[in-house]
Design a protein. Sequence first.
Length: 258
Amino acid sequence: MSALFEPSMSTSAVRAPFSTVDAPSMADSLPNINFGFDELRERMARFTDQFDSFIAKGRKRVLEERNQFRINVAELQEDQKMKQRDLEILAQKAAQHEQAIQQQEAETAEVEGAIATLAQQKEQAGQHRVVLQQQIATLKSDISAKKAAQSSHARELDAQSRLNLPELDFWESHLGMRIEGAGQEDRLRFVFCNLDEKDWARESWFELDTERRDYAVVDCRPKIEGMQIEECVEVLNSSRDLGQFLRRMRQVFKDAIR
């Protein structure tokens, strides 16, 4: 067994029997211990320098990165502005292109409408041309028929004039009849005198229209009832005998004067 620590005994055993002030202290009697504070301070100083250098480098790097970030942000903003301007320009060009397309479509529609109108007019003109050609053909046929009729009528008049010429001379020389123009083409005036026993110079006349194949009396003096003249004209148109017609008309005028 170990012995118990007794303070009284330990104190008496270690402490020297001095009672004066110059006696050595208990701390002076302790051994010297080297804790390495200088090395620690030196290490701490190096750490502090390294830490400060690290902080400075970190701050510099942060500043550089922040500046670079600001530069990148400014560049991105500038790129965004440029792209926005490009988008605006593209939108303006797209609007102009759309407007040009609409204008072109309107012009195309107008041209197509004009082409359709011209095509319709051409078709109508073609139909009108066909109608005109038919009308021209009909007119040519009518003209040819009229020419043939006129030629035939002229031949008949010529033949009748050859037959009636001696008789007409007789009427003009002995019975006081003469033939005059009536102021219009294809119209003759036949004038009779020596009908009135009281006035041998009194004249009676009628106008004969020879434009068509069927003759017609258009006017007369003195006025005669229409039925009598129509009967004479019907006989003339059926017989084509002008001498007989003139004799009948002279008798009609003579009866009217009486």
